[in-house]
Write a protein that binds this ligand. Structure first.
Ligand code: SF4
Ligand code: SF4
Length: 96
């Protein structure tokens, strides 16, 4: 018997896997300071909670609270690109 097909790649069936990656802030898009970690001499990053998810992620809806001013990296991260598929694979393996 063959294994079940993995779910179709869609943000609708994803636990915002990409919002657990480190997000560097190379440009100022207006992210509120409370979501930013500043370390002297390093590029600022989005603050992540202990479980790894970005602090700007709404945990009820699993959607970005600051979508209009989200960082450049988040804007450029495309659904279905290799990094997306890789993160999803890691997440679904963890759930299996
Ligand atoms: S871009 Fe990819 S990893 Fe990010 S939420 Fe959508 S499907 Fe998930
Ligand atoms: S800023 Fe928004 S889109 Fe970017 S990682 Fe955080 S929650 Fe996800």
């Amino acid at each position: 018997m063959s294994p079940p097909n993995p779910p179709e790649v869609s943000c609708q069936n994803c636990e915002a896997c990409c919002c657990r990656l480190e997000v560097m802030l190379f440009t100022d898009t207006g992210v509120p300071d409370r979501y930013v970690d500043e370390i002297e001499g390093q590029v600022p990053v989005m603050h992540r909670l202990e479980d790894g998810w970005c602090a700007a992620l709404d945990r009820n809806t699993m959607m970005c609270r600051i979508y209009e001013v989200r960082p450049l990296i988040c804007r450029e991260f495309e659904m279905g690109e290799p990094d997306c598929v890789d993160e999803r694979d890691k997440w679904f393996i963890k759930l299996a």
